[in-house]
Write a protein that binds this ligand. Structure first.
Ligand SMILES: [Mg+2]
Length: 395
C-alpha cells in the first residue's frame, strides 16, 4: 500500500520519564518495555506497515536513551531523525523546533498512544475535508476515558475542550493528526502547548477535520494501564466466525434456528474448529439473530442453543472464547446488526485484540461489509469452498 502525499511522521516523545520498580531504572515513558521491547517500537512498526518512510522523533527527557536504541532507523526499515528540545519546552514549541525537518503534510503522533492506524483512510478523509488539520477521534463507545472533542455531522471538529467539561462531547482525541505545514503561521513566539494554543484556533477557523473511529486505542497515560497495553500488544491469533451458513446449516431467509434440534453442524465444521484451536487460534462467534427482535424466538432460546453448542464443542475439546449476537430486528437501527461492525468492535475491546490483525469468516455480503467497516480482513465462503477448506489454506 503506497500512500500518495504523506510519507513522514513526527512523534512527540519528549515528556516525562518513569521509574520502574523493582529496578531503579529511569526511562523516558515511550521506552517502557512491553513484552521485551519499548512501547515506541510498536508505534514505529505500525508506521512502517503504513508505508511511512521517515520518522522525526521529537525528544526531550533522557533523549539519549531513545536515540541510542532507535539510531538512524535502519534496523526498523525506515529513516529516523531526532529533533531535541529541553524538557521545559511544551508540545507546540517542540513541533516548531522540528519545522526544518517537516514535509508540507505530515502525520503527528503522541508517543504514548497506540491505535491500529490505517493511514490511507485518514489521508483520504483529510483530502476530502480539505482542512489544514485532521484529528483522529475515538468514539469512546466503552467509556474508556472522558470525551474532549465534538465532531459534527459534517466531519469537522466543532469543540475541543481539554478540560473535558463541555456537555455533549462525542469523542476523544487520540493524537494521530494529519497536518499541513500552513499551521506554522499560527505558532506564537513564546513557549506554547500544541493542544491548548493551536487546536482551538484550527477549530474556530473550521480547519480541523475529525476522523471518528470505533477501534479502541491504548494509552500509556499512567502506569496502571501497562497491563492493559501488554494484553493488547501480546501477539495472538484471532478468528471471528459468522454462525449460520458457516458453522451450522443456514435456515431459509426470514427463518431461524429456534432450538438445539434445529441446529445442524455443517460437514467439516468440527474438524475446522479443532484445527484452529490446534494452531493456536482463539475462536469468536459473531452472529445476527433477528429472530429474537422479530418475536419468533426468545433470547433465552438462543442462549440455550449456545449452551448446547458450547457443550458439543467441549466434547470435541474445542474452545470457543466468545459468542456475540445481535438480537435486534432488521429495522431497529442498532449498531450491532451486520453489515454494521458493532459486534466486531465489542469483541475486540473485550478480548484485547487488533481487528486489523484478526480474520473474519462469513457467508453473506453483510459479513463482508461489517468486516470492511471494522478494517478486519474478511473471507467469504463460496460454492465448493467451505469453512474447512478456508481454514486449511489459512493455518
Ligand atoms: Mg451467515
Amino acid at each position: 500500500m503506497k500512500i500518495i502525499g504523506i510519507r513522514q511522521a513526527a512523534i512527540l516523545a519528549g515528556g516525562q520519564g518513569i521509574r520502574l520498580r523493582p529496578f531503579t531504572l529511569t526511562l523516558p515513558k515511550p521506552m517502557i518495555p512491553i513484552h521485551g521491547k519499548p512501547f515506541l517500537e510498536y508505534i514505529i512498526e505500525l508506521l512502517k506497515k503504513n508505508s511511512i518512510e521517515e520518522v522525526i522523533i521529537m525528544t526531550g527527557y533522557l533523549h539519549k536513551k531513545i536515540e541510542d536504541y532507535f539510531k538512524d532507523g535502519q534496523k526498523f526499515g525506515l529513516k529516523i531523525k531526532y529533533s531535541f528540545s529541553p524538557v521545559e519546552d511544551e508540545t507546540g514549541t517542540r513541533i516548531k523546533k522540528a519545522k526544518k525537518f517537516l514535509d508540507g503534510t505530515f502525520l503527528l503522533l503522541y508517543a504514548d498512544n497506540y491505535w491500529p492506524l490505517q493511514l490511507d483512510q485518514l489521508f483520504k478523509f483529510y483530502k476530502k475535508m480539505d482542512t489544514q488539520g485532521l484529528a483522529t477521534v475515538y468514539s469512546n463507545i466503552d467509556n474508556y476515558t472522558k470525551n474532549n472533542i465534538l465532531v459534527n455531522d459534517k466531519g469537522l471538529v466543532e469543540i475541543y475542550d481539554k478540560t473535558r467539561q463541555t456537555p455533549g462531547l462525542n469523542g476523544v482525541d487520540i493524537g494521530f493528526f494529519v497536518l499541513n505545514k500552513k499551521i506554522f503561521n499560527l505558532f506564537p513566539q513564546e513557549n506554547f502547548s500544541f493542544e491548548k494554543v493551536i487546536l482551538p484556533q484550527l477549530v474556530s477557523k473550521k480547519q480541523l477535520a475529525g476522523f471518528l473511529t470505533n477501534h479502541k486505542y491504548y494509552g500509556l497515560s499512567n502506569l496502571e494501564r501497562i497491563p492493559v497495553i501488554e494484553k493488547f500488544l501480546k501477539p495472538k491469533k484471532i478468528i471471528l466466525l459468522d454462525r449460520d451458513g458457516v458453522i451450522d446449516e443456514k435456515p431459509p431467509k426470514a427463518e431461524y434456528v429456534k432450538n438445539w434440534s434445529e441446529f445442524k453442524f455443517l460437514p467439516g465444521t468440527i474438524e475446522a474448529l479443532k484445527l484452529l484451536n490446534k494452531k493456536g487460534y482463539q475462536i469468536i462467534i459473531i452472529s445476527n439473530q433477528a429472530g429474537i427482535g422479530r418475536g419468533v424466538m426468545t433470547e433465552e432460546d438462543l442462549k440455550e442453543i449456545h449452551r448446547k453448542f458450547l457443550e458439543a464443542c467441549a466434547k470435541e475439546s474445542i474452545n470457543i472464547v466468545g459468542i456475540y449476537y445481535c438480537p435486534h430486528n432488521w429495522d431497529e437501527g442498532c449498531f450491532c446488526r451486520k453489515p454494521k461492525p458493532g459486534m466486531l468492535f465489542k469483541a475486540a475491546a473485550d478480548h484485547s485484540f487488533d481487528l486489523t490483525k484478526a480474520i473474519f469468516i462469513g457467508d453473506d455480503e453483510r459479513d463482508k461489509q461489517a468486516g470492511q467497516a471494522a478494517n478486519c480482513p474478511t473471507i467469504l465462503l463460496q460454492q465448493g469452498r467451505d469453512l474447512l477448506a478456508i481454514i486449511r489454506d489459512l493455518v
